[in-house]
Design a protein around this ligand. Structure first.
Ligand SMILES: [Zn+2]
Length: 163
């Protein structure tokens, strides 16, 4: 019997160098959670292509079980990156760490993803959430979906590819 989830044929592409930056940041704050913003574009094949990240900001709040970024700092950096990239780098979603934790979305993570999807100024109907987890930072990615997908609520897993 199949027990593995049936994953949609979509991937999240993340530059190795950005992954290293995220893992370094995650290690720096462990055992507290940390995170940031993912920017980039959706390819013609509907893959999510990350090309830039925005850090948490000076007023971010971190605990062992939660992370809240500094929204003012991030909004400002997102707008600057959007212009600097010739309007190619758009807001895609967020990432955060689960130090020594699991790749699963917590109920709070699901709610955050839904809030992003419903927040019009974010201008993304299917935002993503990337989770760095475990002892040596493995990566998992989830994308908001209006369709309920098995036990995952409103998020579907994406295959992660480093490039
Ligand atoms: Zn989480």
């Amino acid at each position: 019997m199949r027990t593995a989830p049936i994953t949609p044929n979509m991937s999240l592409w993340l530059p190795k160098e950005l992954f290293i930056q995220m893992a370094t940041e995650a290690s720096k704050w462990s055992p507290l959670e940390t995170g940031g913003v993912l920017m980039g574009y959706i390819s013609d094949a509907r893959d999510v292509v990350v090309t830039a990240i925005v850090h948490a900001g000076p007023k971010a709040k971190r605990t062992r079980i939660s992370f809240r970024p500094d929204p003012r700092f991030q909004d400002d950096r997102i707008a600057k990156q959007y212009e600097a990239s010739g309007r190619q780098d758009c807001y895609l979603g967020d990432w955060h760490s689960h130090p020594r934790g699991s790749p699963s979305m917590s109920w709070r993570d699901r709610r955050t993803l839904q809030d992003i999807a419903e927040y019009k100024p974010a201008r993304i109907a299917n935002p993503v959430m990337v989770i760095l987890y475990g002892d040596e930072w493995r990566i998992a990615a989830w994308q908001f979906s209006r369709k309920r997908f098995f036990a995952y609520g409103n998020s579907v897993p994406l295959r992660c590819e480093l490039y």
